[in-house]
Design a binder for this molecule. Sequence first.
Ligand code: MG
Length: 214
Amino acid sequence: METEGVIPEFISEVKGFLAEEEGLRLFELALEACSLGPCLEIGSFCGKSTIYLGVACKIKGRTLFTIDHHRGSEEQQPGQLYFDADLLDSRTGQIDSLQCFRETIQKAELEEVVVPMITRSHVAARDWTTPLSLVFIDGGHSYETVVTDYKCWYPHLLPGGFLVFHDIFLDPAEGGQAPYEVYKLALASKRFEEIPMTKTLGVLRCCGPMVVKK
Ligand code: MG
């Protein structure tokens, strides 16, 4: 599908760590997945990847659920490598990316498509029952967080749906290994098949039956 004019131009100015090529792949995957059911993202941050997924969902008349506590990941805290002073709430001294996220979603005209869940992923998962066509894992990058996100959400994936990880680095010199470790764990379960990556976007297709029945 031709993406020119479909993805809003201001996306290049939205804060985030997603390459354009990765975003366009997310868009294409969501477009395909939407024929099965709604999509879910973990790690909304300022809404960059939410736009790519959300525009696809909007085209197909689907919903995109997106989870983030909006308090920033480990490496975004004051004094850490990815700290951004623009996101510091001066009243609380805490990171707060929610306002930035809301502005992005409003500007992208996705308020009727995107359902934000302002919480941690395991809390959102507790009473979840809706089958999903795509789960994008891009929240905290510690092993404990990524493995929790995986265990909480893969059971809701529909057969044929996609499990997508951001920040898969095959070479440890390139970046943290937690997402890749969990990616390999998913593959070892034999529930998924590997399909081609786009930069650091690892893509698995669910080939097993649903763990949580509809
Ligand atoms: Mg990422």
